[in-house]
Design a protein around this ligand. Structure first.
Ligand SMILES: O=C(O)CCC(=O)C(=O)O
Length: 308
């Protein structure tokens, strides 16, 4: 829900863009250096097939879980189950209270997995040859909704914009203290309109931004903080993955508080050895312990943004 008048947003320097890029260059010059980049993947046919209208047409009757956007912290948002067509209509008509974050949607909506396998998204061709543990997330969002500022841990992510535009703001790792995240992967700051009285350390941080249009892809490297604002009703598909040339969290998080860095590196090491259950339990225990000793800061409200 939009609770306040539109606010003039801050602008940040652009994320580097490449017109076309092959997967070797992407791996060598960006992935292995933990640097973001935007490039064009094309795939008009794919984008048409996964547009809001086409999705409603093919899968409209399937019940899917949507996220209520009233709460700012992602972990606290309530979920409701609705037919996909209702969500698409709500998104297109501008109801800002719900968005669909289809994590593992392929398992839940009959037919979608086969559809994606039969005609893979264009950014798949840019994944490094050794990419594994792929996890697709489809997002359907009304305009003016925001994904809070967070990072995705030790997963790299290629995000394809399918319909509408999304504004991505990125900040490099680690910055845990400057973003008042207190060791969690989510920050209370709305970086588009930062409240500098409450979060003075945000000033001067090296944020960069890009507005993605259909057919464009963002490489969002591991541990980069990101906050995403939906400019028009939008559909995008993010693919998280691991790859053979992994950078160690220890080096990526250089400068992070030592406890956070050590526990993150241990959990990532366990995952690499296939001990996902233990790694996740460790992470959950760590978060729970942290939440008990560190009071959570009230997040800044999300709001509708306008350009100056
Ligand atoms: O598209 C969005 O709103 C959020 C994307 C995101 O956070 C992700 O892919 O990890």
């Amino acid at each position: 829900m939009i609770r306040s008048a539109p606010r003039v947003r801050r602008r940040y320097p652009p994320i580097e863009r490449r017109e076309a890029i092959d997967r070797e260059t992407l791996e060598r010059d960006y992935l292995s250096k933990n640097r973001p980049v935007v490039f064009t993947a094309g795939g008009e046919g794919f984008c048409d097939r996964w547009s809001p209208a086409a999705l409603a047409d093919r899968y409209g009757r399937c019940p899917v879980e949507a996220e209520e956007t009233r709460e700012v912290y992602v972990g606290e948002r309530a979920h409701v189950t609705r037919p996909l067509a209702d969500l698409v209509t709500a998104a297109l008509e501008g109801d800002p209270t719900l968005r669909w974050k289809g994590l593992e949607f392929l398992k839940r909506v009959p037919g979608m997995q086969g559809d994606l396998d039969a005609r893979p998204p264009p950014h798949r061709a840019h994944l490094p040859a050794s990419a594994g543990a792929l996890r697709d997330t489809l997002w359907i969002a009304p305009r003016a909704t925001t994904s809070s500022l967070h990072h995705d841990g030790d997963y790299d992510n290629l995000n394809l914009q399918i319909a509408g535009r999304k504004l991505f703001l990125l900040l490099p790792p680690p910055l845990h203290e400057d973003l008042d995240s207190y060791g969690s992967a989510e920050s209370p700051i709305n970086p588009f309109v930062p409240d500098l009285e409450r979060f003075p350390r945000f000033e001067g941080l090296p944020a960069v931004e890009a507005t993605l249009a259909p057919g464009e892809v963002l490489l969002l490297p591991k541990y980069w903080w990101h906050c995403v604002y939906t400019v028009d009703p939008a559909v995008n598909l993010s693919t998280h993955f691991r790859w053979g040339g992994e950078l160690s969290p220890w080096s990526v998080l250089a400068g992070a508080p030592i406890v956070h860095r050590s526990l993150t590196a241990i959990a990532a090491g366990m995952k690499r050895r296939g001990l996902h259950g233990i790694a996740d339990a460790t992470r959950r225990a760590w978060c729970a312990a942290y939440a008990r000793v560190v009071p959570r800061t009230t997040p800044q409200e999300r709001c509708e943004l306008v350009d100056a």
